[in-house]
Design a protein around this ligand. Structure first.
Ligand code: SF4
Length: 320
C-alpha cells in the first residue's frame, strides 16, 4: 500500500545540518541567513562529531540545508564540494541524505544525485510580482529558474520534494497556478514525492512585516491542493507551524498525510520548535490517525537509485 494510505500519517526522523548560513539572496521573510563570510562553513570533522552523536538515536535522514553562494562566485566550487563531501560522510556513517541547497547547475544536480536518495527545492510561488516585493533582492527566486530545477530533477530521475510558501503576498489564484505547474511537471516525469504547504510564520530575524498565514485557512488550501495534485504526491505540512491541535487534525482530515522531517531544530523557522514524535502521535490519536516513520525516499522511486544507495535504503526499510 502507498505510504499515503488511509489512517496513516508519516514523518521522517531527521537531523538538519547546515553547511553554511551565508546566502547571497535577501528574501525579506528569511530567518536563516547571515551575511556572506559571516558564517564559518561546517567542517567535515564537526559533522562527523554530530553524526557520531546521532548514531543509535533512530535518526535516518540527514537533511542538508544551506545558504547559497552565488553561481558565478569563485567560492562556488568549494561550497558545492563541501556539500558533496558532507553527503558522502553522512552516507558512510549509515544515514540517508536529502539535500536542499537552492538552485543548482545541471552538472551539480547530476553529481548530487549520486549521493542523495532524494532532493528538494521549494517552488514557493510562481507569480513574478513577488520579485518586486519579498524577492526584490533574491535572484535565486526567479520563478523560471525554480521551474527549470523541477524539470531537471525529473529529467535526471531524482525523487523530489517541492512546495509552496503561503502568505508572502500572493493571491489564491497564484496558489492554484503554482500547484497546477507542479502537477504538470509531475505528469511529465513522475518524480515529485511530496508537496509542502508551508504557512508564513513570522520569526524574529525577518524584515518582512506581515501577519502569519491564517492557520484556519490551511485545511481549505490542502483540500484544493489534493484536488489539483496527482494522488501519488503526498501533501506535507510542518506541524510546528500549526499551533492549534484541532487544526492540525483538520489539516490531516483535509488531505495532508506527511509531517516532514522531525528534527530537534527547525532551521528555517527557528522560533517554532518541533514537537517530537510521541507528542505528535498523541495529537493524532483522537482522529484515529497512526503516525509512522518513513525514509526520505518513497518505495516507488527505489529503482532510480544506484546499487549502493539502494542497498543502504533497503537496510533502513528493514528497520522501519
Ligand atoms: S530564504 Fe533561502 S534563499 Fe532566501 S535569503 Fe534565506 S537562505 Fe537565502
Amino acid at each position: 500500500m502507498p505510504l499515503s494510505s488511509r489512517n496513516i500519517v508519516t514523518y521522517s526522523p531527521a537531523y538538519t545540518i547546515v553547511p553554511t548560513y551565508e546566502c547571497f539572496n535577501r528574501c525579506s521573510y528569511c530567518n536563516f541567513c547571515t551575511e556572506p563570510g559571516k558564517s564559518p562553513w561546517l567542517t567535515l570533522g564537526k559533522a562527523q562529531e554530530i553524526f557520531l552523536q546521532l548514531k543509535n538515536q533512530n535518526i535516518c535522514e540527514i537533511l542538508i540545508l544551506s545558504g547559497e553562494v552565488h553561481p558565478y562566485s569563485s567560492r562556488r566550487e568549494a561550497w558545492f564540494g563541501r556539500i558533496y563531501d558532507l553527503c558522502v560522510l553522512a552516507l558512510e556513517m549509515g544515514f540517508l541524505t536529502h539535500t536542499n541547497v537552492g538552485p543548482l547547475s545541471w552538472s551539480e544536480m547530476q553529481k548530487l544525485k549520486t549521493v542523495n536518495v532524494s532532493m528538494g527545492l521549494m517552488l514557493e510561488q510562481l507569480t513574478p510580482k513577488l520579485l518586486n516585493t519579498v524577492h526584490r533582492h533574491a535572484p535565486s527566486k526567479l520563478p523560471e529558474v525554480r521551474s527549470q530545477q523541477l524539470q531537471w530533477a525529473g529529467e535526471l530521475k531524482i525523487p523530489f520534494t517541492t512546495g509552496l510558501l503561503l502568505g508572502i503576498g500572493e493571491t489564491e489564484e497564484d496558489w492554484w497556478e503554482t500547484l497546477t505547474a507542479i502537477s504538470e511537471s509531475h505528469s511529465n516525469y513522475h518524480h515529485i514525492q511530496e508537496v509542502i504547504l508551508q504557512p508564513h510564520s513570522p520569526g524574529t530575524m525577518q524584515t518582512f512585516n506581515a501577519p502569519p498565514f491564517n492557520p484556519y485557512q490551511l485545511p481549505e488550501v490542502i483540500a484544493k491542493a489534493r484536488e489539483i495534485l496527482p494522488i501519488d504526491i503526498a501533501i506535507q505540512i510542518p506541524p510546528n507551524l500549526i499551533k492549534d491541535k484541532s487544526w492540525l487534525l483538520a489539516c490531516i482530515a483535509a488531505g495532508a498525510r506527511d509531517l516532514g522531517g522531525i528534527s530537534p531544530k527547525d532551521e528555517v523557522n527557528p522560533d517554532y520548535p518541533h514537537l517530537q514524535d510521541q507528542e505528535l502521535s498523541s495529537i493524532l490519536e483522537p482522529g484515529n490517525w497512526k503516525l509512522i516513520p518513513r525514509l526520505p525516499v518513497y518505495p516507488q522511486f527505489d529503482h532510480w537509485l544506484s546499487a549502493s544507495l539502494l542497498q543502504q535504503v533497503q537496510k533502513w526499510r528493514a528497520r522501519f
